[in-house]
Design a protein around this ligand. Structure first.
Ligand code: ADP
Ligand code: ADP
Length: 220
């Protein structure tokens, strides 16, 4: 089974991808983590993507699709965390998966807008691994330090309120159409989770869903 995590910034996609990755052996593919690694390494992709990311805008589809084409070359079940985010990206993903005779279920992280600013302004990230913490909801053992490696955590530059508002506007405009794309009555492949629940309770909903094979919606 392949999973597509759909939901606004701060909904908990990365947190849950990490929890399920260990438990079920998924490979998490986080477009945000890959892009940030490219920015840090100064690759041509990173140089091109940086301005969009700093400004809270989506990176152009052609760059993202090319990047994901390469990522999906490897086999194994994946959690797509942060991709697709536009209808053209979803169409490109369907082409890619179809060529490989694979399928995916979209999981919508259902959440109220008003919790997102609080979640994102309190988020602390371990950049090399993409592990995230929250100063109140999921604190590290030692403030500012990653539990696993002992390395420093950072607050992402785009996790400040003005940029968060721009990212939420991009989500509303460009990503919410994907709900209808995947919730198509002729071929339903959308499952919802209550992402307002505490972290462990969200994990439990996802575990139940996976153990039921996405309600029969994912076979490959
Ligand atoms: P996304 O990948 O969707 O942007 P994250 O997984 O990075 O979201 O979570 C955003 C922030 O909210 C992080 O600081 C994380 O620790 C925290 N968080 C994630 N899920 C929950 C939850 N269910 N309840 C409270 N805080 C959460
Ligand atoms: P969050 O986890 O808070 O939702 P991400 O780490 O997924 O944020 O994304 C950070 C930034 O990376 C986005 O604001 C956007 O600029 C870029 N990005 C990530 N994924 C995509 C994508 N699929 N399409 C276009 N831009 C993307």
């Amino acid at each position: 089974m392949n999973l597509i995590f759909l939901g606004p910034p701060g909904a908990g996609k990365g947190t849950q991808a990490k929890a399920l990755q260990e438990r079920f052996g998924f490979r998490q593919i986080s477009t945000g983590d890959i892009l940030r690694a490219n920015v840090r390494q100064g690759t041509p992709l990173g140089v091109e993507a940086k301005g969009y990311m700093d400004d809270g805008k989506l990176v152009p589809d052609d760059l993202i699709i090319r990047m994901m084409d390469a990522e999906l070359e490897q086999g194994g079940n994946v959690i797509l965390d942060g991709f697709p985010r536009t209808v053209p990206q979803a169409q490109a993903l369907d082409d890619l998966l179809g060529r490989k005779h694979r399928s995916a279920v979209a999981v919508l992280f259902d959440v109220d807008q008003d919790v997102l600013i609080d979640r994102l302004t309190g988020r602390w990230t371990h950049l090399p691994s993409g592990r995230v913490y929250h100063e109140r909801y999921a604190p590290p053992k030692v403030a500012g330090i990653d539990d696993v490696t002992g390395e420093p955590l950072v607050q992402r530059d785009d996790d400040k309120e003005t940029t968060i508002r721009k990212r939420l506007a991009e989500y509303e405009q460009l990503t919410t159409p994907l709900i209808g794309y995947y919730d198509n009555p002729a071929d339903p492949r959308l499952v919802k989770v209550d992402a307002l629940a505490p972290i462990d309770a969200v994990t439990k909903q996802l575990v139940d869903m996976i153990q039921n094979d996405g309600g029969g919606r994912a076979s490959a």
